[in-house]
Every structure is written in C-alpha cells, then in structure tokens.
Write a protein that binds this ligand. Structure first.
Ligand code: SDX
Length: 431
C-alpha cells in the first residue's frame, strides 16, 4: 500500500485540525488512515456495520460489489470454479500461488494423511441430542480439536500454523460427515485414503459399513465447485470474527470455531438453509406475490432469503455459477422438473423486475441457489451451513495466517459512542 495524498480534518469553522494519510492498494477504493484520529482530534470514527471501514490490508480476495467481480489472489472466481479444483484453490488461498502438478500431488497427499480425527473426539458427539443442530455440534467438536493438538499450537511458528491449516482443511469434512451420521443414528464412516477430497466426504456422508459407495463424478464435481464458490469472501462477518479472535493470540481451532458460530446466523451463512425453508413455505408459484409483498413491508420482519448483500449491488457472480451447477445436478439426477428449482427461478424473475428490489439493488446471492443444489445432492437442510463452513474454512485459515504473519498485528479493540447514564452515586440508604 502506498500513500497517495492526505485528507484534511477541519473543525466546524472549516479550520484544519489535522492531516491524515490516504493510501491506495492494487484494486478498489483508497483508505483514509484514521489510526491517529483520536490522538489528534479526541474523536472516534463511527461505523457500526462497518459499511465504510477497512479493518485491515489483505492480499487474499478482492470484491467489486458494483461490477459483481470476485478474485481469489487475482484469479476470477468464474475461471477457478470452471477449471480448478477445491484443493487447488486451498493451495492458492494459503500460499498465493496455484500449485504445480507435483505441489498439488504433495498437498493432496498431506491433506489425505490428516483426514482422520482422534478416536476420543467421537465421545464429544455422545453429549449431544441426536436432533441437535449440526452447527451446534460443529462449534463444540471443532473447538475441542485444540485439546488434541498441543504439539502445534505455537501461533508464531510458521510450521505450526501450516500444520494446523492442513489439519483443519483435512478434518472439517470428516467432522461435518460425523455430524450427519450422528443425527441419523448411523455409524461414523472412516475416511478412505484412495478417494479424492470430495469423493471421501460424500462417502463419509452417504455410505454405510454394509455397502460399497460409488461416487457420481458429476455430483462430486458439483460439490467441489460449491466449495470453491464458498472458499473466501474478504472481510465478511465470520472472517472478521476469526481475525478478531486471532488478534488476541487464540489458537487456530478456537478462532475457526468463532467463525463457525458467526456463520450460523441466518443473515450470513445460515441463509442457504433459510432459502430452502422459505421456498418450501412459499410452496407454489401462485404464492410468490404474497411473499414479495411481505419482503417489502417494513412492518414485516420477513426478508427474501438469498437476496441482497452488503457488498454486491449487482448480481453475485457466485449465484450465477451456482445456478448453472443447479442445472447440471438436476439434469444428472433427472430432476429437471424439480418444483423448488422452478419456484426459485420464478421468484428470481419476479423479484428482479420489482422496483423495490431494483431500487435497493437487491440481487440473488451465493445462498439463493446453493440450498437447492445441496438438497438435490441429498444433503439434509440443516446441514447446509455446515457445508458452507467446510468451504469457508480455508478462507478463515488464510486470513488468520495472514493476520498472524503481519509484524504490525495488534489485538483488535474497537471503541464506542457511549450513550448511557452519566456518573451517579448509589442512594445513601443502599446497602
Ligand atoms: C452471505 O458479507 C459477505 O460476504 C457474506 C457472504 C459470504 O460469502 O461470506 O456473501 C455470505 O452472508 C450472503 C448473504 C446471505 N443472507 C441472506 O440472503 C439473508 C437475506 N439478506 C438480507 O438479510 C440482507 O440483504 C443482508 C444481511 C445480506 C445485507 O444486509 P445489509 O447490507 O445490512 O442491507 P440492509 O439490511 O441495510 O438492506 C438495505 C435495504 C433495507 O431497506 P431500507 O432500510 O433501506 O428501507 O434493503 C432491504 C432492507 O430492508 N433488504 C431487503 C433484503 N435485504 C435487504 N428487503 C427484503 N429482502 C431482503 N433479502
């Protein structure tokens, strides 16, 4: 980042108070460095939803919300989703470069060798009810990983950070599949080292010890693409949560767990599950106008799930790719007449023609179609956000590593605008 000019802060009489440096990056808006603002003016900035706040400098992902652009380390998401694999994207996000053939082989083998979890970890599941939400179990079990890996928790050691990254990429799918098996009362399936990353996950999800499981290559490719589309998204709520947790020096498993907890919210990663529930609630094309009216009604808390985005004020490029994946999967499964998909297409058409959505620049986001694909793949609705977490884990880890590696990194500690009571004393008779 380079300083391009300064920004003058003036008082109510337009008299200069101080100069603040303005920096530019390689793409996107310049930033006003306000780190000295409080010291120089006695004032804070105020930006509760972080609409206009850059929390850090990052080399990992770039989004242009107006143009609907998403780049992972400079590569367009469209090219990576169509021509790359999820483990290639993991390597890219972690190490800033796509792997060579030999590097990819070594990376895949390393991941494969870490897919099993400590056998005592299975005991954690027994404490949950069978109908516990998988995200509740994920928070508990991924958080417990730090209790098993004392050999590599030195966050200042690159070797420990790399090993923790590999362990998380490798073990999160195993834990996600275990959440599913536990919820349906079936035995856990161990990973199979002969399978690819996604084939392994699908086998752990859908196979039983009683039968052979032959992954469908079209469905494997579709899920691999879904993980690519969810891998990272700059400083979204859960990634910012991971960064803030990591800034205190917490171990990587605890930080990723904080990200999982934040992702669970329906306004964030919980939206894919909410979209499917919404489509099932709408039920029929004839009901769409009623729900569109509810979404526009200020007095109704209902929102069109899967629509709108803090950054994208254009079509989310991931939603376009997700819709294409929807077609592929439904065709492969002979579900081209899938009622939910047809309902989603009609809902999207009507919403995109409605002045309310046009004026507020509300477009389908990554979650709008992902639920339909995951449903078609046979993944239970309450597992959708866990799949999102499986894809996003690499983004969380890459941002955590980037933050910890920054020599200027300090603990994150926002301030506030206090609007409460001024000082007052307890009544004399109070004991
Ligand atoms: C993800 O940040 C990321 O990058 C997230 C993510 C990632 O990859 O990490 O992309 C993943 O979280 C995608 C978003 C999934 N969430 C949903 O689909 C839930 C439905 N969407 C909304 O809750 C909302 O659009 C948000 C939370 C996504 C964005 O919220 P903002 O930026 O705070 O927008 P807003 O609430 O200020 O809305 C602006 C206006 C408001 O109306 P006014 O107050 O200006 O009159 O648009 C309205 C909102 O009421 N609005 C909607 C709407 N979304 C916004 N109205 C109806 N339906 C909606 N979905």
């Amino acid at each position: 980042m380079t300083q391009t000019r300064t920004f003058t802060v003036v008082d109510e009489n337009s008299q200069p108070i101080c100069e603040l440096p303005v920096f530019n990056g390689t793409l996107g808006p310049d930033v006003i460095d306000v780190q000295a603002l409080y010291r120089k003016t006695g004032m804070f900035t105020f930006d509760p939803g972080f609409n206009s706040t850059a929390s850090c400098a990052s080399d990992i992902t770039y989004i242009d919300g107006e143009k609907g652009i998403l780049l992972y380390r400079g590569y367009p998401i469209e090219q990576l989703a169509e021509r790359g694999t999820f483990l290639e994207v993991c390597h890219l996000l972690l190490y800033n470069e796509l792997p060579t053939t030999d590097e990819l082989t070594a990376f895949e083998q390393n991941i494969t060798m870490h897919t099993m979890v400590h056998d005592q970890l299975t005991n954690f599941f027994k404490g949950f009810r069978r109908d516990a939400h998988p995200m509740a179990i994920m928070v508990g079990v991924v958080g417990a990983l730090s209790a098993f890996y004392h050999d590599a928790l030195d966050i200042n050691s690159k070797r420990d950070r790399d090993l923790s990254a590999i362990r998380l990429i490798a073990k999160v799918p195993t834990i996600v599949a275990m959440c599913h098996k536990y919820s349906v009362g079936l035995p856990f399936m161990y990973p199979n080292n002969k399978l690819s990353y996604v084939e392994n996950f699908m086998r752990m999800m859908f196979a039983t010890p009683c039968d052979d499981y032959i992954p469908n290559p079209v469905l494997v490719r579709a899920l691999d693409r879904i993980l690519i589309l969810h891998a990272d998204h700059e400083q979204n709520a859960s990634t910012s949560t991971v960064r803030l947790a990591g800034s205190s020096g917490a171990n990587p498993y605890a930080c990723i767990t904080a990200g999982i907890a934040c992702l669970w919210g329906a306004a964030h990663g919980g939206a894919n599950e909410a979209v499917l529930n919404m489509l099932q609630q709408i039920g029929d094309v004839s009901e769409i106008p009623k729900f569109i009216a509810r979404a526009k009604d200020k007095n109704d808390s209902f929102r069109l799930m899967g629509f709108g985005h803090r950054v994208y004020k254009n079509y989310d490029p991931r939603a376009k790719l997700m819709r294409a994946t929807c077609y592929e999967v439904l065709e492969e499964l002979g579900l081209h007449d899938d009622k939910l998909f047809k309902l989603a297409l009609e809902l999207e058409r009507i919403a995109l023609e409605d002045p309310y959505f046009i004026e507020k620049k509300l477009y389908p986001n990554v979650d709008f179609y992902s639920g339909i694909v995951l449903h078609a793949l046979g993944i239970p609705t309450n597992m959708f956000t866990a799949i999102f977490a499986m894809g996003r884990s690499i983004g969380w880890i890459a941002h955590w590593d980037e933050m910890i590696s920054d020599p200027d990194q300090r603990i994150g500690r926002p301030r506030q605008l206090y609007t409460g009571e001024t000082r007052r004393d307890l009544p004399s008779q109070h004991r």
